[in-house]
Design a protein around this ligand. Structure first.
Ligand code: FMN
Length: 680
């Protein structure tokens, strides 16, 4: 399943996208489960886990906690922290819940303002890094009478448990006696309004600070929390990062083939095989096989592979042009944190070029908030005015920037009429531009049949919107590998440095880690399953089917009925793994039934998986009566909704109950894990 993103906000919306569910279980003992966030590579600057001690030692009076999985809440926390500092002189620290213990949480005094930016995942669950905090709130916290707080929830209204965690944090803190000083706010990725929702909530917070709490506002001045120092080192010195995934890869200080592997430490895996799966001049889908031999990295069927990207050469060029950084790409700098609550986001010393290529999210779109904050560094007054004009108007920003899908560099050059923004301090760029995140893909192999290989199936994202070419970061990287590895003459849409820092990625290696998901086959192989996955939603089901074939071949198991519902445009263009299904059918015999909907076969009569479900309503009901598990993978907003309402109707009719009762039954299937979704 492709989780790659067209741009940063889309990435987050899909997430990351687009994306898949990042299960909370850990692959490795010792995987600390912290968020794959903004400053994931290095733990915060050596502070203790004692929150109150860190707060006092660094003289802070504002804490911005974030529960984040793919970095949005973390990015917002960092922006809010900067703004409260520059406008009100608040001394704030951002806090990853995973970095602290909560035993003295109740000692946070009323002199400290607390913000909670909380994303929701799965069936209304907290992010990995916030699990312990909720355990504390639910089971250990006594009273929090001195805590003053405001909560912003990050969610997606296409999910059933919309913003459950933001709401829960808001309610639970109040129940425990904490005082809310500003209204609860929430943002909706489903409507694509997350950035604007956050800005509205932030405006209401600022209103409360000024009008209720009598904070005085002064003219915003940028105060870096990271200080940049030009380094004495040169690019060739061994200690200098060329964009290696982390310090261990710079120093080769540990055995890099042994885990634990996680969001902070990837395995460098060789892509041993790639193949184009579509038969189309305009669309592309890459099958890629990652080699795990020689490492203790393991996965289980249904998990997700995180692939760590680097940026495309064309986007890097544009970014260097926009900030006039060409001459500096090989220069080396170091970062020093202003205090111990600030994390250095990547290994330094490092070159400017490596930061742009490997650490910054430069191909996504620009946010209104970013325009407002960068305006102070505009190359001239006219540009500053223009940045503020667009930044201050939701409507103008939407029509002139957002809808045109400008990435950051294109937007800035458009606003300045081509003049480079050469006054922007690089520490501002490091602090304000979101950091490049791994993209997650549903694994399309089976750990029973492929013990030392992980397969992924990625549709290459490349779209011309107006004059803008919008490309997914990882999927185009995989396409570059596919072209080169198979000696093709095709011209890729965008190009990459496939050799990586110090040639460490040569021979088609990429940094990866595995995240365990909750999308799992029933433990009893004879339990029937109904799998629904159109498009690249088929990916985990290819893994499931291969697992079933191996259950028979290796374990001599008796397997239950498998109904697979797949959809694509046409038999000749995008029928994924078309050549493989007959051999699976042969191995599984009459227990396997595949139903394929072709949406473009008959232009007057578009057929989707829902139609195939209706055609098979009777059999679906009978399998559900036999205890079948249902699995849905693919697009969350449209397909998964339509599939669920179709299943609701099928069950209602089959059991002669109302649609409401049937929907209730499906909800109970979900809580019993008999209805599982891997949707984005
Ligand atoms: N939002 C909800 O309101 N309820 C959910 O149950 C929910 N589950 C999600 C599952 C997945 C796999 C993904 C990718 C997103 C889900 N979301 C859900 C939306 C996220 O909360 C939202 O995208 C948020 O901005 C992510 O913040 P983060 O980048 O800080 O992790």
């Amino acid at each position: 399943m492709a989780l790659d993103t067209l741009d940063y906000s889309v990435m987050v919306a899909l997430a990351l996208a687009i994306l898949v569910y990042f299960g909370k279980d850990k692959i490795w003992p010792g995987d600390d489960g912290t968020s794959a966030g903004f400053v994931a590579n290095v733990s915060a600057g050596g502070h203790s886990r004692d929150l109150i001690e860190t707060l006092n030692k660094n003289n802070k009076n504002c804490i911005i906690f974030y529960g984040s999985q793919t970095g949005t809440a973390e990015d917002y926390a960092s922006k809010l922290s900067k703004e409260l500092g520059s406008r009100f002189g608040l001394k704030s620290m951002t806090v990853d819940f995973a970095d602290y213990d909560f035993d003295n949480f109740a000692e946070i005094s009323e002199d400290v303002l607390c913000f909670f930016l909380m994303a929701t995942y799965g069936e209304g669950e907290p992010t990995d890094n916030a699990i312990e905090f909720f355990n504390f709130l639910d089971n250990e916290a006594d009273t929090l009478s001195t805590l003053r707080f405001s909560v912003f929830g990050l969610g997606n209204s296409t999910y059933e448990f919309y913003n459950a965690i933001g709401k829960k944090a808001n309610e639970r803190l109040q129940e425990l006696g904490a005082e809310r000083f500003s209204a609860y706010g929430e943002g909706d990725d489903g409507l694509g309004t997350m950035d604007e929702d956050f800005l509205s909530w932030k405006d209401s917070v600022i209103d409360s600070l000024k009008n209720n709490l009598n904070f005085e506002e002064h003219e915003a001045v940028y105060q870096p929390s990271l200080n940049l120092i030009e380094s004495v080192h040169s690019i060739d010195d061994a200690v200098v990062s060329h964009g290696e995934p982390n310090s261990a890869y710079v120093s080769n200080s540990v055995d890099l083939s042994k885990g634990p592997f996680d969001h902070a430490h990837p395995f460098l895996s060789k892509v041993v095989k790639t193949q184009e799966l579509f038969n189309s001049k305009t669309r592309s889908c890459v099958h890629a096989e990652f080699d795990l031999s020689g490492t203790n990295l393991r996965y289980s069927t249904g998990d997700h592979l995180a692939i760590w990207p680097s940026n495309a050469n064309e986007n890097i060029e544009k970014f260097l042009e926009a900030f006039d950084l060409y001459d500096k790409t090989d220069n080396v700098f170091e970062l020093k944190a202003a205090d111990s609550t600030v994390a250095i986001p990547f290994h330094t010393p490092i070159t400017y070029g490596a930061v742009v290529r490997h650490h910054l999210e430069i191909s996504g779109d620009v946010s209104r908030q970013f325009l407002l904050s960068i305006a102070q560094f505009a190359p001239d007054e006219e540009t500053k005015k223009e940045a503020l004009r667009l930044g201050n108007s939701k409507e103008l920003f939407a029509t002139e920037i957002h809808e045109k899908c400008y990435n950051m560099a294109d937007a800035l050059l458009k606003i300045s009429d081509g003049k480079p923004w050469n006054n922007v301090p690089f520490e501002f760029i490091v602090e304000s531009v979101p950091h490049l995140q791994a993209r997650y893909y549903s694994i399309s192999s089976s750990s029973l049949s492929e013990k030392t290989a992980i397969h992924v199936t990625a549709v290459v994202e490349s779209e011309k919107i107006g004059n803008q070419l919008v490309t997914g970061v990882v999927t185009n990287l995989l396409k570059n590998i596919e072209i080169e590895q198979n000696n093709k003459t095709d011209k890729p849409t965008v190009t990459y440095d496939l050799k990586g820092p110090r040639n460490k990625f040569s021979n088609y290696k990429l940094p990866v880690h595995v995240r365990r998901s909750t999308f799992k086959l029933p433990s009893n192989p004879s339990t029937p399953i109904i799998c629904i996955g159109p498009g690249t939603g088929i990916a985990p089901f290819r893994g499931f089917i291969r697992e079933k074939v191996s259950q028979i071949k290796i374990n001599n198991a008796t397997i239950g009925k498998i109904m697979l519902f797949y959809g694509c445009r046409s038999e000749d263009e995008d029928y994924l793994y078309k050549d493989e299904w007959p051999s699976y059918a042969q191995a599984l015999g009459s227990q396997f039934e595949m139903n394929v909907a072709f949406s473009r076969k008959d232009p007057k009569n578009k057929e989707y998986v829902q139609h195939k479900l209706l055609e098979n309503a009777e059999q679906i009901n009978s399998l559900l009566n036999d205890g079948a598990f249902i699995y849905v993978c693919g697009d969350a907003s449209k397909m998964a909704r339509d599939v669920q309402s179709t299943l609701t109707k099928i069950i209602a009719k089959g059991r002669n109950i109302s649609d409401e009762k049937s929907a209730e039954l499906i909800r109970s299937f979900k809580t019993q894990n008999k209805f599982q979704e891997d949707v984005w």
